[in-house]
Ligand binder design. Structure first.
Ligand code: UT7
Length: 317
C-alpha cells in the first residue's frame, strides 16, 4: 500500500514578465533567453505572498479531489524558503485550511516534489494516513539578484499541489544528494547581531550554470533509467514524462540519451521558467485539468537541483 493522487491544483502570481520586459533593465535579449533556455515569460510575485500561492494551490487540489480539509492527515510543503523560517509554510497553509494535522516542510530544492511524494509514502505504508496534501511552492523572484542576467532570467514563481489517498500508484522511486555549496547555493540572511564579526552583504542565489547543466543532464537520464528498470518498464511503456523545467536544452539532451518516445515529454517552461519544486506539480495540474491524463497511464518524473539533489519516480495514474 502506498499512495494514489486523487486531485491536483496550482496557482501562479498574476504578474507576467516577458523576456522583453526584462531586457528593459538588463543587458539581455528575448533571443538569448529563448534560444539558450526555452523561456519566453515567467510569473512573478508582486503583492502575493508565498503563503497565498501555496494556499490557493492547496484549495484547488482539495476541490479537484472532492476532499474536505478535515479529512487530511498531513500537510507537507516542499519549498526552498517559506515566508517564515518558522512557522513552516505547511503549518501556515494548514492554518489557512482550518486544520490541525501534522504539517512540515521539506527543502530538497527543485527535487522537492518527488522527495515529498516519497516521504508521504511512508505514512500510507504504516497506515498512519488515509489522505494527505502536498504543496510545492516557490517564490524564486525573491531570492535572485535582479542585476545578475545569468540567473534572474531563468526563474519564476508558482505553486502546485496534490491530494493523496492510500493506493498503489507508486511503482519506483530514487532520491540522491551530493552536498555542494559551490555550484548552486542561496546563503541565509545573517540578522544583525552586534556580537557577530561577519560583515556580509545581502545574499542572493548563486549558480555556476555550466556545472549545474552537466550535472542535470546526467541526473535526468540516470534517474529515469533507474526507476524504469526498478519498475520493470520499457521506455515505450511510459505515457508521460514530467521533467524538471530548468532549461529546454537540458531536457532535449536528456531525451536524446533515453529511448522514451520524444512525444511523451511534457514541457511548459516557455510560460513559467524554472519554478523549482513547483515545476512538476504545476505541469501535472495543467495536464490533469486539460483532461490529458487517463487512469492507468504511466507517469515518469525526474528532477535535480540545489543540494545537489536528484529525484525520479514512476507512478501509475
Ligand atoms: O533548477 C536549478 C538548476 N539550474 C539549472 O539547471 C541551470 C543549468 N544551466 C543552464 O541552464 C545554462 O548553463 C544557462 C542558461 C544558465 C547559461 O547558458 P550557457 O549556454 O551555459 O551560457 P554561458 O553561461 O556559457 O554564457 C554564455 C554567454 C556569456 O557571455 P560571454 O562570456 O560568452 O561573452 C554570458 O555572459 O552568455 C552571456 N549571458 C547572457 N547574455 C544575455 C549569460 N546570461 C545572459 C543573458 N542574456 N541573460
Amino acid at each position: 500500500m502506498n499512495f494514489k493522487i486523487i486531485g491536483t491544483g496550482s496557482a501562479r502570481p498574476a504578474c507576467v514578465k516577458t523576456n522583453n520586459d526584462l531586457a528593459e533593465f538588463l543587458d539581455t535579449s528575448d533571443e538569448w533567453i529563448r534560444t539558450r533556455t526555452g523561456i519566453e515569460e515567467r510569473h512573478v510575485c508582486q503583492d502575493e505572498t508565498l503563503t497565498d500561492l501555496a494556499t490557493a494551490a492547496a484549495k484547488a487540489a482539495l476541490e479537484n479531489s472532492g476532499t474536505d480539509p478535515q479529512e487530511l492527515d498531513f500537510v507537507i510543503c516542499s519549498t526552498i524558503r517559506g515566508d517564515y523560517i518558522t512557522p513552516s509554510l505547511a503549518c501556515v497553509v494548514a492554518r489557512n485550511l482550518g486544520i490541525h494535522c501534522m504539517a512540515f516542510d521539506i527543502n530538497a530544492a527543485c527535487s522537492g516534489f518527488i522527495y515529498a511524494l516519497d516521504c508521504a509514502t511512508g505514512y500510507f505504508e504504516r497506515g498512519r494516513a488515509k489522505k494527505g496534501l502536498i504543496v510545492s511552492a516557490e517564490a524564486m523572484s525573491k531570492m535572485v539578484d535582479w542585476h545578475d542576467r545569468a540567473t534572474c532570467v531563468l526563474f519564476g514563481d508558482a505553486a502546485g499541489a496534490v491530494v493523496l489517498e492510500q493506493g498503489d500508484s507508486l511503482l519506483a522511486s530514487t532520491l540522491s544528494s551530493d552536498g555542494n555549496t559551490e555550484v548552486l547555493s542561496i546563503p541565509h540572511v545573517n540578522g544583525n547581531s552586534p556580537f557577530s564579526d561577519s560583515k556580509e552583504e545581502p545574499h542572493y542565489l548563486y549558480m555556476n550554470g555550466q556545472e549545474v547543466y552537466k550535472f542535470a543532464v546526467n541526473a535526468m537520464s540516470t534517474g529515469l533509467t533507474t526507476v524504469m528498470e526498478e519498475a520493470g518498464l520499457a521506455p515505450e511503456q511510459i505515457d508521460h514524462v514530467f521533467p524538471h523545467q530548468a532549461n529546454i536544452r537540458i531536457i532535449q539532451t536528456a531525451m536524446r540519451k533515453l529511448k522514451i518516445p520524444h512525444d511523451r515529454y511534457r514541457i511548459n517552461i516557455s510560460h513559467y521558467g524554472n519554478t523549482s519544486s513547483a515545476c512538476i506539480p504545476v505541469l501535472l495540474d495543467e495536464m490533469n485539468q486539460a483532461g490529458k491524463l487517463q487512469r492507468g497511464q504511466i507517469i515518469a518524473m525526474t528532477a535535480f537541483g540545489g543540494g545537489l539533489t536528484t529525484g525520479a519516480m514512476v507512478i501509475r495514474w
